[in-house]
Ligand binder design. Structure first.
Ligand SMILES: Cc1cc2nc3c(=O)[nH]c(=O)nc-3n(C[C@H](O)[C@H](O)[C@H](O)COP(=O)(O)OP(=O)(O)OC[C@H]3O[C@@H](n4cnc5c(N)ncnc54)[C@H](O)[C@@H]3O)c2cc1C
Ligand SMILES: *[C@@H]1O[C@H](CO)[C@@H](O)[C@H](O)[C@H]1NC(C)=O
Ligand SMILES: *[C@@H]1O[C@H](CO)[C@@H](O)[C@H](O)[C@H]1NC(C)=O
Ligand SMILES: *[C@@H]1O[C@H](CO)[C@@H](O)[C@H](O)[C@H]1NC(C)=O
Ligand SMILES: *[C@@H]1O[C@H](CO)[C@@H](O)[C@H](O)[C@H]1NC(C)=O
Length: 493
């Protein structure tokens, strides 16, 4: 690869010098900003161009609709290099992207037609038994973290399914299987190592800069590039759970079991995600249940109703945390086009459950002819105490006295032709669900935020960051006065 890049440079420079540029050769010319970056970085970092497997790896996203062809991929490998890279991007006002695990469902949030920065090289995992914390590199996915911590008998508050990045998850909020016990990912960060847009490398903690510490807990990429998270660790045994799939005929039973679980389960080690899915291939709605208990065996009773429902597929077992995370069927949608949208709800009443089912069938029928679709309405039920695990303020959630649940709409499809239809559909469907929840008397939802890691592009910042927005805007002006991070996509303060 090195040889080929060297050759590329040799071929191109003389043509530029002579002013002769045929079409072919023009295409082979590396972008001037990329060349400038390649010149200033140390050997810790590297720049890759189209055609290189590491370029393809760099731009890759879980949803193909979030993958964009960039001018180059920069695999950053040191904080000093990131400072230099941000310096060039800022001075030349070049749009760029920063990618962790590439699970953003909104195009442009971690993808760009210009300069793409991938964080893979920040892959440290260091456990400190004295402080019971772990230093975690910002380029990792949770699978790597769980695998490394498992032999040590500890774990962190991270993603629930395979492939999710540590960085985007933690910088946006982070709802985990362990959230009922310990809160969100943002509630369990002890320190961030941040490269600011001006190149300063700062360790941000509760005491070093309380305001920036607050801002990074939900404020995503607004303040710079995070290279390392120091997270609290907790003891981890084997866990119990897995995925069950039920046919549409069993949905009344799933609905009833979910209602009972919501009103009677108080054990913070138990967590579920129930989904109604429209499968175009068979034109039917099926249910899937992801069940979790944070011990090798759940106490009797908690999951009995779910387990009694006739299923077409079940892989419930006692297993490692990693095995549970990797058992979810979510990877089946990898490589399709996709969009997520969040709607916060307070409770899943039987009435609201019917609304969700109707939405699943309505949009299934409305969009069913638009190529290989799969629509999923994902109900995540947490205990009312989930926002009580952190006395500190965090950018997200802006309110902690309303026990809202982060309901998720996930649509996937296969043809770019239909992108606008699906965008309009998730927006209309979330509005319908919210309207129904409010009509049912869940009036506190007026003040409940939408989760930034689920919200579809176009969601007003006020809807996610609420009362925190003025403070976040002031912080942004202080930390990044030239708005260099504004050149990267995402929610922008
Ligand atoms: C299949 C699937 C399952 C999911 N499950 C859950 C779940 O269980 N719980 C939950 O809370 N959320 C979940 N999500 C949402 C998830 O938290 C977000 O998609 C999150 O942004 C993913 O992080 P990432 O690093 O993979 O994303 P990326 O696309 O890499 O990045 C997302 C955002 O973070 C920014 N960013 C990335 N790295 C850095 C960095 N080092 N410094 C500064 N900014 C950075 C990017 O610029 C971008 O704006 C899920 C998403 C998917 C697609
Ligand atoms: C581990 O944490 C303790 C307590 O905070 C600290 O004194 C020590 O230096 C840390 N060790 C390492 C190797 O970082
Ligand atoms: C999920 O898909 C990704 C991308 O194709 C792949 O690298 C990964 O191994 C898959 N994970 C599991 C658990 O199957
Ligand atoms: C089903 O959902 C559609 C779309 O949101 C809505 O127009 C319709 O009124 C709903 N039907 C029922 C019976 O609620
Ligand atoms: C997706 O669409 C492409 C054409 O746009 C087609 O070639 C391919 O077979 C489709 N894949 C699936 C799984 O439908």
């Amino acid at each position: 690869m090195l040889q080929r890049r060297a050759l590329l440079a040799c071929l191109c420079v003389p043509f530029v010098a002579l002013g002769i540029k045929t079409r072919e050769q023009k295409r082979a010319l590396p972008d001037a900003i990329c060349v400038q970056i390649a010149k200033v970085i140390s050997s810790a970092s590297e720049v890759f161009y189209p055609g290189d497997p590491l370029y393809e790896k760099g731009i890759f996203h879980y949803a193909i609709s979030s993958t964009q062809q960039s001018k180059c991929v920069v695999e950053a490998g040191s904080t000093a290099d990131i400072g230099k890279i941000l310096g060039i991007l800022g001075r030349t006002r070049t749009p760029f992207a920063v990618k962790g695990g590439g699970h953003a469902m909104n195009p442009d949030f971690s993808s760009t037609p210009d300069v793409h920065i991938s964080m893979y090289r920040f892959s440290e995992i260091k456990y400190n038994a004295t402080s019971q914390t772990a230093d975690i590199g910002a380029g990792l996915i949770w699978d790597d973290v769980y695998a490394a911590l498992e032999p040590l008998g500890v774990n962190v508050v991270g993603g629930r399914v395979t492939g999710i990045g540590v960085a985007g998850f933690t910088l946006g909020g982070g709802y985990s299987w362990k959230t009922n016990q310990y809160g969100l990912a943002v509630d369990n960060v002890v320190a961030f190592e941040l490269v600011r847009a001006d190149g300063q490398v700062v360790i941000v903690t509760h005491t070093s800069d309380p305001e920036l510490f607050f801002g990074l807990k939900g404020g995503q990429n607004n303040f710079g590039i995070v290279v390392k998270f120091t997270l609290k660790t907790f003891p981890q045994t084997q866990v119990w759970g897995g995925t069950i799939v039920n046919l549409g005929s069993a949905i009344p039973d799933v609905k009833a079991a979910t209602a009972t679980f919501q009103t009677s389960a108080t054990d913070p080690k138990a967590a579920i995600i129930i989904a109604y899915n429209y499968v175009a291939a068979s034109q039917q709605v099926i249910a899937s249940q992801l069940l979790f208990y944070d011990a090798p065996t759940p106490p009797p009773g908690i999951f009995d109703d779910f387990l009694a429902i006739p299923s077409i597929q079940s892989d419930i077992s006692t297993r490692s945390f990693l095995s549970l995370v990797q058992s979810s069927p979510v990877n089946a949608s990898a490589g399709t086009r996709g969009l997520y949208e969040g709607v916060s709800i307070l409770a899943l009443t039987p009435g609201l459950s019917d609304v969700l089912l109707n939405e699943t069938m309505f949009w299934g029928a409305a969009l069913g002819d638009k190529s290989e679709i799969m629509l999923s309405y994902d109900i995540e039920l947490f205990l009312p105490s989930i926002y009580s695990h952190n006395p500190d303020k965090t950018a997200f959630p802006p309110v902690r006295n309303i026990p809202f649940q982060p309901f998720n709409i996930a649509f996937t499809w296969n043809s770019s032709e239909f992108d606008p239809d699906f965008h309009n559909a998730v927006v209309a469907s979330s509005a319908q669900i919210r309207k129904a929840a409010l009509a049912e008397g869940q009036t506190q939802l007026v003040h409940a935020p939408n989760y930034p890691n689920y919200a579809v592009a176009g969601t007003p910042l006020e809807d996610m960051y609420g009362v925190n927005l003025p403070a976040l805007r002031a912080l942004k002006a202080r930390v990044d006065p030239n708005n260099v991070m504004g050149l990267a996509g995402g929610w922008k303060f």
